[in-house]
Design a protein around this ligand. Structure first.
Ligand code: NAP
Length: 344
């Protein structure tokens, strides 16, 4: 007997895929949305290749965050929703509304439909981008109490989209959510085993390092968490009776310097890591490059800044025990090399 019915939005995504794999393995019945059902066969095959069990308990339905169609059908008969789908594009974008509108309006669409369908709890995948941007660069340790200051310096369109979407979600459940509960997840950079041949957000960094796409390492630090632990946290947050109304920061340990990510990959992957740069780039070189390159421009304020974050709340209340960031880096690189996505 399946344990309960869960809707996961955006089944073609990296984090959503890992959530679906774990939910099926734990015995849940899973429904997932795609923008178009023409993608179903591919998602099934990608998840199958990743070791999916109980695939007969997975169903697909069509819905887009930018329209109302399909959300009532997607949420009908559902107990829990993991709202994971959102456009992921950190850095420079031509029009910030391409991210903000689907993130915020889409979240409200999912919440409205979930409330109307009598869903018990929605777990929303927000992000560390909704926590730690726009603040002074000091040694503050970020927690769930912090919020990104959307008009602060260095906040990109993605950071705005995540912050505005999460704020709107809290406002919605407080004013119009009825009995439905909301819990939000705030992962730092998510890395780990690639599903299929599509890379999401932070895994691109590992691909660029493996492919030697940069002449050297800028003086940048990344807080990293493993995708398998992020999926696990979503499932813990879904059923723990004590966590309705809570935010959880999903991080693990100090941010890792980019050159150390490179050194780790070089030490583990021999010839496949031959293009990994060995040099670090002086800050002045990045600053000059930024005068001509909008992508580099967004990195300049982050040079030399190691953000601190605490996962104490997730450990204590969810009983979450994440693996080391090194495992996420190695698993990401290994899966890319095995699939011929990088390092050739
Ligand atoms: P991903 O692989 O790019 O997945 C994003 C998903 O959102 C895809 O399924 C995509 O569908 C869907 N989507 C985008 N726009 C949509 C729209 N208008 N309507 C319906 N679906 C739409 O990214 P991910 O890394 O798994 O990210 C998933 C969630 O985690 C996002 O909310 C992201 O902000 C959050 N997060 C990610 C990271 C990270 O480092 N990766 C860190 C913190 C938080 P298509 O396949 O059709 O494009």
């Amino acid at each position: 007997m399946p344990r309960g019915r869960v809707l996961v939005t955006g089944g073609s995504g990296f984090i959503a895929g890992h959530c679906i794999l774990q939910l099926l393995e734990a015995g849940y019945e899973v429904r997932t949305t795609l923008r178009s059902l023409t993608g179903e066969a591919n998602v099934r095959s990608v998840l199958g290749e990743a070791g999916m069990v109980n695939g007969q308990n997975l169903a697909f339905t069509e819905a887009d965050l930018t329209g109302d169609a399909g959300w009532a059908e997607a949420t009908a008969g559902i107990e829990y929703v993991l709202h994971v789908a959102s456009p992921v594009q950190p850095g420079h974008v031509a029009d910030e509304n391409d991210l903000i509108v689907p993130a915020r309006e889409g979240t409200l669409r999912v919440l409205r439909a979930a409330r109307d369908a009598g869903v018990t709890r929605v777990v929303l995948t927000s992000a560390f981008h909704a926590v730690s941007w726009g603040h002074p660069h000091d040694d503050h340790v970020f927690t769930e109490r912090d919020w990104t200051i959307v008009d602060g310096s260095g906040v990109d369109a993605y950071g705005k989209s995540k912050t505005l979407a999460e704020r709107s979600a809290w406002e919605f459940v407080q004013t119009s959510g009825g009995r439905m509960e909301l819990t939000t997840m705030l992962p730092v950079a998510v890395m780990g085993p690639v599903l299929g041949h599509k890379l999401s957000g932070s895994n691109h960094l590992i691909q660029r390092i493996l492919n030697g796409d940069m002449p050297g390492f800028p003086h940048l630090f990344f807080p990293i968490v493993d995708v398998r632990d992020v999926a696990k946290a979503h499932i813990l947050a879904m059923t723990n009776p004590a966590v309705g109304g809570e935010r959880f920061l999903l991080s693990n340990g100090p941010a890792v310097e980019m050159k150390d990510i490179g050194a780790l990959i070089r030490s583990r992957f021999g010839p496949a890591a031959k293009k990994v740069p060995r040099r670090t780039l002086p800050d002045v070189v990045v600053r000059v490059g930024a005068l001509f390159n909008p992508e580099l421009k967004s990195l300049v304020p982050e040079l030399g800044y190691r953000k601190n974050s605490s996962n104490e709340k997730a450990r204590k209340i969810l009983g979450w025990a994440p693996r080391d960031p090194e495992d996420a880096i190695v698993a990401a690189a290994e899966s890319m090399i095995d699939k011929g996505l990088a390092g050739a």
